[in-house]
Structures are given as C-alpha cells and as structure tokens.
Design a protein around this ligand. Structure first.
Ligand SMILES: NC(=O)c1ccc[n+]([C@@H]2O[C@H](COP(=O)([O-])OP(=O)(O)OC[C@H]3O[C@@H](n4cnc5c(N)ncnc54)[C@H](OP(=O)(O)O)[C@@H]3O)[C@@H](O)[C@H]2O)c1
Length: 354
C-alpha cells in the first residue's frame, strides 16, 4: 500500500517534495499539507506548485493535520519546534526532516528524552537528513568507509559563494554577512547557534558510527571582511564588513582532531587568500588505509543549458529527496531514532521510473 504523506512546510524544499509525492511513480499518497502563510491556507496542493488541483487543501491548522491518518510527515519548516515534532510522533505519524534531529542521541538530554518518549508513545520513528548536514556528511562517508581498513581523520569541506541566493533575509539577517566581523560568533544569534548545533550533531554521528571515541566537538568561526563593496540583490555589502565565514566543527579524542566539517562561505566572491582552496562544492577527504578523496557537485544538468536558478535549486531537490526517499525505511524502522547510520542505504524511489 502507498505510504500516506503529509508535507509540513512548502518552502523551496517542501515544494520539491510535494511535486515528487504527487508523481504516481513514487508510490506515495499525499493526504495533507501544513503551511504557515495565511495566503496559502485553503489552497490546493497542486496549485501551490503551479499545477492542476489534486484535491488536497493546505491548512495552517496544526490540530487538523495532527488528526489526519498518515504514515509519515515530511517536516521542512524554516524554524523547528521540538514540541511540534513530538506531537506529530505521538499522534502515530513517523517524521522525516531536513531541518534537525540528525543524531538525536547527541542533542540536549531533555530534548532527546522528550522525542524518544513521543516515538514510543506513537510507535513511530524520526529521521533527520538532507544534503549537508545529511548525505555528504553522513551517508557518503559511511559508504566510502566500507572500503577502509582503518581511518585516521575524516574531513568534509563545503565551499560555496552565497551571492546567487536571493534569500538575503538568510544571508544578511540570519547569517550576518555584511555586519562587522566582531559580530559573528558561534552564539551571536539563535540562527547561528542552531546552525552550529546541527553540524556539531553531524560530527558526532560520524564519530559514533566509525568508532572514533571522541570526547568533544568544538565549533569555531572566522569572519573575514570584504575589500570592496558588493551589490547582492537588494543589499549593499560594504567593504570592511563580513563577506567570508569559515566555520569548523571538530571532533577530538584527547585533543586530537579526528572528524571535521568545515564550511568556507563567502558572499560577493572575494575568497580570502589564507583559506584552504578546495573546489566549489563538497570535498570529502578520508586519511587512512587507504586514503580517499571525493568531490561532489550538484547541478540541474551537466548536458542541457539550465538557468542559474535551476542550478541553485538542484541542491533543494537533493536535500528533499534524501528524506523523502527514506520514508519506506523510516516507516519500517523500530520506534525511536532512525539515523543515517542505522537505516539501510536510501535509494531513489522513482529512479529511472520504469
Ligand atoms: N540538511 C540540509 O542539507 C538542508 C539544506 C537546506 C535547507 N535545510 C533546512 O530545510 C528546511 C527547509 O528549507 P527551505 O529552503 O525549504 O526553507 P524556505 O524556502 O525558507 O521555506 C520556508 C518554510 O518555512 C515556513 N515558515 C514560514 N514562517 C514560519 C515560521 N514562523 N515557523 C516555521 N516555519 C515557517 C514556510 O511556510 P509556508 O509553507 O507557509 O510557505 C515554508 O514552508 C529549513 O529548516 C532549512 O534549514 C536543510
């Protein structure tokens, strides 16, 4: 029987998920859509993604969504709520999410216990994944480690320039690009602290799965000031304000760095000379026996001409598909936390579509 899906949040990723759930080849059934915006309340799910109506209306009413009979909620809001996810899990619906809960055994104990209790009450599982945090900092390294005898260090680098993202609310307000460098820190605002916490969780996931025996994960950020002014959509990024952020989340055993995620983020395409220079995209390096390196890039196509918007959106497709494709495995998992390290390998539900 088709898994019955509720899509919770219809932003960039939620819309990609919706389009796939509505594809008959996926073997899924859409039974509900939760939205936040009043102007989407009561709008048909098909209309929300620019298609013909499909007979499922979006709602802002959480209680109505909780009362639905469904197998899994795909939870992709901008801001997360542990209480909300607990209510969904306790109502008997599994949860897959791109936003958090990547390795719930390593979150704050109080939150971990609440989420676990909700899973046990509802007989359900929760799984957090995506692109990064997600596949590239979880599934891919674990898959490559199948060729390892031993591992000394593991590092994932993400190099990206955010100038093409039109969501300047995220780059300027949340991430604080364009502010003085001394206003950027791990705890400078809720967004940066939350963002840091999910990458910290992901380092723990890899370390725990690969027997690294680390005793801490540290987070640090270096903010670098622009040498020139830059116009980024509706924002002017002034010379002297932050245009580069280098974040490092490092898992250590007795002070020795073993597992690391590094992000090299810029706005305005000025690349600090003293930073490491991996190619754009994601570079995974495993030092060990043997040592391995993989570079990942997602585009809308390597063959046809595609717009910049389509290329940028390909990462949203990848992020959404990573959790949607996991739905059957998450629904089949024992109640509790289903992580990238405990689930079977996740594959495309549609694939070639034949
Ligand atoms: N793991 C990864 O690799 C990865 C990659 C990218 C993003 N993400 C995460 O995935 C999630 C979705 O990303 P996105 O790019 O789709 O985001 P987005 O385009 O900014 O989507 C915004 C979503 O948030 C909803 N929203 C509006 N007001 C809200 C509020 N007050 N509280 C909570 N949600 C509210 C919107 O509601 P409507 O439905 O009414 O529009 C919409 O569904 C985010 O948490 C993001 O951090 C993860």
């Amino acid at each position: 029987m088709a898994h019955r899906i509720v899509q919770w949040g219809t932003g960039a990723i939620g819309k990609e998920v919706l389009a796939t759930v509505l594809d008959p080849r996926a073997g899924l059934e859409l039974v509900g859509v939760k939205v936040y915006s009043d102007d989407k309340d009561g709008v048909d799910a098909g209309t929300l993604i620019g298609r013909e109506p499909v007979g499922v209306l979006a709602t802002t009413d959480v209680e109505r969504v909780l009362a639905l009979d469904a197998d899994c909620v795909v939870y992709t809001p901008r801001l997360t709520s542990i209480s909300e996810v607990c209510a969904i899990l306790a109502s008997g619906k599994n949860v897959v999410t791109t936003a958090f809960l990547f390795h719930p055994n390593r979150i704050r104990l109080r939150d971990r216990d609440r989420v676990l209790a909700a899973c046990l009450k509802g007989g359900t599982s929760v799984h957090g994944c995506g692109l990064n945090p997600g596949n590239l900092s979880g599934a891919l390294p674990l898959a490559l480690s199948g060729m390892s005898r031993t591992i000394d260090t593991l590092k994932l680098q993400e190099r990206a320039d955010w100038s093409v993202y039109d969501s300047t609310a995220i780059t300027f307000d949340n991430m604080r690009f364009g502010r003085p460098a001394d206003e950027i820190s791990v705890t400078a605002n809720d967004f940066l602290a939350f963002n840091s916490s999910i990458f910290t969780e992901q380092v723990w996931l890899l370390a725990d799965a690969l027997h690294a025996g680390i005793d801490e994960v540290t987070a640090s950020v270096e903010a670098v000031a622009a040498e020139h002014d830059h116009e980024i959509f509706d924002h002017l990024l002034r010379a002297g304000t932050t245009s580069g952020q280098r974040w490092n989340w490092v898992g250590r055993r007795r002070g020795q760095p073993l597992v690391e995620i590094e992000t090299l983020w810029t706005v305005g395409n000025e690349y600090p000379k003293h930073w490491p220079k991996p190619q754009h995209g994601w570079t995974l390096t495993i030092e060990g026996d043997p040592s391995m390196r993989a570079h990942f890039l997602s585009l809308a196509s390597f063959e046809r001409d595609a717009s910049m918007l389509e290329h940028v959106n390909s990462a949203n497709v990848a992020t959404g598909m990573q959790v949607l494709n996991a739905v059957p495995a998450v629904c089949a998992a024992a109640p509790g936390f289903a992580t990238t390290a405990t689930l079977p390998q996740v594959r495309s539900l549609i694939g070639f579509g034949n």
